[in-house]
Design a protein around this ligand. Sequence first.
Ligand SMILES: O=C(O)CCC(=O)C(=O)O
Length: 279
Amino acid sequence: MLRLPFLPPLSSRERQHWEAQGYLHLHGALNPKEIDKIRQTVNWHWANPEGNPHHVDVITGEHAGRWFPMSEAPPEVKGEVYKLNNLFLRDERIREAALSPRLKAIFRCLLADEPMICNSLNFERGSQQNAHIDSWYMPPPNDEGMIAASISLDPVDEANGPIFFYPGSHKIPPYRFSDGRLNMIEAEEEACRAYLDAEIEARGLKRVTFRGRPGDVFIWHGQLIHGGSAIEDFARTRSSLVVHYWRASDVQAHALRRDQGGRAYLAHTLRGELDPVAA
Ligand SMILES: O=C(O)CCC(=O)C(=O)O
């Protein structure tokens, strides 16, 4: 019998880089067929809006600042910056991409446990989102138990609004809001940002941008400060699938689902917009 050597999903150099910098860039982690499948999935949802309850947050244009269920989203929204929320709950194709065997093995290694999807976002353009920390919006049941990944479907460079981030910022002790939690309290945002700015300065952290090719995956620690750069060329898309993951063992059994491929995911969406029974 042929015995293949066990190859760990990450080299010790990659692990050290992750520990020190809080991010990894995987080159060509998805093949063209897998990339095409994600694109087709998103197009299918846009082409089948009737009764489609997925929320679309609109970020630029006439409807900026509003959200619509897909069934009511004006078609011009697709030409703007928008965020399509949580296709993972109802669409196995998104889960297949988010937890493909290679990615799942890497996430398991980074989380030291089985990863589960707690949120997914599809973008066609860079988000242009302010610097932020993901645990402000989707704090994991255990503080350290979150990572996120952006799967690039388009080339990414300075012109189409790449993700920016501060390597090493995941080591800044998390800011606790007045209730002791990591969830953002809007009235305290200014104080939180002042704390982070001072830490960035004191640690000499530098802002860098992620550039990559279709199929590349940018993985970041749940406490890494990051956001979306301004889009210089609006004619350029930057389609991506962004997924946030928690540890499956941190979540109570009733809140965890598994699909036929054994992929673990949250049984509801964190913003509560989709009916879990019908999902
Ligand atoms: O892709 C982007 O522009 C930013 C995504 C992001 O920051 C997030 O979803 O947390």
